[in-house]
Design a protein around this ligand. Structure first.
Ligand code: G
Ligand code: G
Ligand code: MN
Ligand code: NA
Length: 254
């Protein structure tokens, strides 16, 4: 056996599931969107973390299949929620740079949106800045195509790559997600608090919405609110939760 073979089986046998982590408005606490996070429930090993299987999938290229699976699953989920009369919110999806190198990414997303009668604004793509470094030009041209369709693009894990600020010149991202390492150090070191406050200003100056990731404490939350961070995502508000639990939250809106 290999992890690789098991992953291929898992996709066919529907062993992959998605959880949703809400992103809330810092001022009102209202749910504005959610990030879809993949989970694998293996028949023998139980839950396998994406930290274990995503790198293996990237190595083999199978991550492209996973990306398509996640996009389609999210679109179908949004369709189902809409059918039930829920007021749906945009969902963000982590897409590997390898998917961007495949010509079919744009048409795959377009087809999934069409099949489920969804507006492109309901899907946001999260791209890590490290992924932009290696494949820059190809990725940027695909981002532009997606952007002109109406798909929103977020720059994920911001601040952890080698040339963070430079990436902001290459594409007009809709959303900047400040990496959780800054957020979690905010109430410990003055430097992290200052960096975070200034990243928020920088992003606003470039017309981006700012999301703080990994918010776990009220101190972090108050400080982010004071610094006009637009949205927060983190355990303080909610862990990634199964679709049925997210559905309950959509019903009450926060
Ligand atoms: O909750 P967490 O342990 O879910 O996720 C761990 C890592 O796996 C994160 O870096 C996250 O971006 C990544 N990840 C989670 N779901 C997906 C997915 O559907 N696709 C890709 N490419 N990465 C994912
Ligand atoms: O895509 P990205 O690499 O940003 O993945 C987000 C990761 O952060 C996921 O593994 C998710 O489960 C995790 N996460 C989300 N909220 C929190 C939090 O408040 N604290 C910590 N430590 N991790 C979080
Ligand atoms: Mn992410
Ligand atoms: Na991140």
């Amino acid at each position: 056996f290999t992890l690789e073979q098991d992953m291929r089986k898992a996709l066919v046998n529907d062993e992959f599931i998605l959880e949703y982590q809400p992103r809330v408005d810092t001022k009102t606490g209202k749910i504005l969107s959610a990030e879809a996070l993949l989970r694998w429930s293996h028949p023998e090993w139980g839950r396998v973390s994406p930290l274990e299987f995503i790198p293996v999938a990237e190595e083999s290229g199978f991550i492209i299949n996973i990306g398509e699976y996640v996009i389609r699953k999210v679109c179908r989920q949004l369709f189902d929620w809409k059918e039930k009369g829920l007021s749906i919110v945009p969902i963000s999806v982590n897409i590997s740079p390898l998917s961007f190198l495949k010509n079919s990414l744009v048409s795959m997303i377009k087809e999934a949106l069409d099949e489920y009668h969804l507006e492109a604004e309901l899907i946001e793509i999260e791209l890590t800045e490290s992924s932009l470094i290696n494949y820059s030009e190809n990725v940027i041209s695909v981002l532009k195509e997606l952007g002109s369709m109406g798909v929103k693009i977020a720059l994920d894990d911001f601040g952890t790559g080698y040339s963070s600020i430079t990436q902001l010149k290459n594409y007009k991202f809709d959303v900047l997600k400040i990496d959780k390492t800054f957020i979690q150090a905010m109430d410990k070191t003055a430097e992290d608090a200052i960096i975070t406050a200034n990243l928020i200003q920088l992003a606003h100056g470039l017309n981006m919405k700012v999301v703080a990731e990994g918010v776990e404490t009220f101190e972090q939350f108050y400080s982010l609110r004071k610094n006009e961070c637009d949205q927060i995502q983190g355990y303080l508000f909610s862990k990634p939760i199964p679709p049925s639990s997210f559905e309950q939250k959509l019903l009450i809106g926060s």
